[in-house]
Design a binder for this molecule. Structure first.
Ligand SMILES: C[C@H](O)CC(=O)C(=O)O
Ligand code: MN
Length: 342
């Protein structure tokens, strides 16, 4: 494989954070320990643990966690012998106090996530993370919603605040390979820091998109074992590692051990197969935030509305992360319209 960066590729495994959406944030301490131990043993570079919506996400709006995420972070930290522990924080949801607590428990990297046009709200969290001595990464979500020039402008803001890498985050799994190529390439030309890529597999192109991102110079790459992430999940980590190995890129992570972790440890946690069903396909097709899938399915049941119609309407209204309450509103409106026959 020809890569436009000579820096080593670092993988962040997100099944214990993005996968938290899939299990409605019901991870137990034992599950987190078992998964972390298996990933650490395989040599995973970074393991991310937080509520699906980041530190402090356990609320009515986003869904309550079964176990306090700080307990889960602490448990994961105790299992990490080689892997580094990462957390995610969304300014406006997670606070500096929570970031400090996570740091104290052993998290050494933080991704500060904002909507793709709202990087300015990340300044304070990025600077606090740097003061805490954490590796600090910007995470521009719903990257398909901004034109390339806007994305570059926002990434440069994060760089100016002190981020050491910036991610193109395809939260809706809506980006096509050529769109990933133009985004990563533009960032590589404009930034001095590392570039990352986080995919969702709603249109079945997560691995392909990730390969394009790596070719274009992305060096921070996310994956989830067995696709255990929101919607149809993320780039399937063990598959990506096997493909990269076939392409001559060995990341020092044991592929057999990853396959075993996928089969024996993560597989049993899946509430249902992480395939591309009607709902997840619509997420990618309509460009809707992947973590809305479960909420839309629940709202659909409650109001007797097809979840696909809810998702398509949310896409039309350009609803973004943080507006989860709109899902119920839209479902209620649609149900009323159905009853009135309008
Ligand atoms: C808070 C989100 O779930 C972050 C993420 O993984 C994404 O936007 O995708
Ligand atoms: Mn995600």
């Amino acid at each position: 494989m020809k890569r436009k960066s000579d820096k080593p590729i670092k993988i962040t495994e997100v099944c214990l954070r993005d996968g938290s959406h899939v299990v409605a944030h019901q991870y137990t301490e034992e599950q987190v320990r078992n998964v972390t131990r298996a990933l650490d043993d395989a040599g995973m570079h970074y393991i991310e643990v937080s509520h699906g919506d980041g530190l402090g996400g356990s609320t009515l709006q986003y869904g309550r966690s079964l176990v306090d995420e700080m307990k889960l972070i602490e448990a994961a930290a105790q299992e990490c012998k080689r892997s580094k522990l990462a957390v995610l924080v969304l300014p406006g949801i997670g606070t500096a106090a929570e970031l400090k607590q996570a740091r104290g428990l052993g998290a050494s990297l933080v991704r500060v996530a904002t909507h793709v046009t709202e990087a300015d709200v990340s300044a304070q969290h990025i600077s606090i993370a740097r003061e805490l001595g954490m590796e600090t990464v910007g995470f521009l979500m719903m990257a398909h919603m901004a034109p390339v020039e806007k994305l570059v402008e926002q990434a440069k803001l994060m760089e100016s605040y002190g981020a050491e890498a910036v991610y193109v985050t395809d939260s809706a799994g809506a980006l096509l390979p050529h769109e990933v190529r133009e985004r990563i390439s533009a960032l590589r030309e404009s930034l001095d820091i590392e570039i990352g890529f986080h995919a969702h597999n709603n249109l079945s192109v997560a691995v392909a998109n990730t390969l394009v991102a790596i070719e274009e110079g992305a060096t921070r790459i996310d994956g989830s074992v067995r696709c255990l992430g929101a919607g149809a999940g993320n780039t399937q980590t063990e598959v990506l590692l096997a493909v990269l190995d076939r392409m001559g890129v060995n990341l020092g992570i044991d592929i057999y051990k990853m396959m075993d972790a996928a089969e024996n440890v993560v597989g049993p946690l899946l509430p249902r197969p992480q395939d591309i069903n009607r709902g997840s396909l619509v997420l990618g097709y309509a460009g809707v935030y992947s973590s809305f899938l479960l909420h839309a399915e629940r709202a659909g049941k409650r109001y007797n509305v097809d979840p696909r119609d809810i998702l398509i309407e949310l896409g039309k209204r350009k609803v973004v992360g943080g507006q989860e309450d709109m899902i119920l509103d839209v479902a209620a409106e649609m149900s009323k319209a159905q009853r009135l026959g309008v």
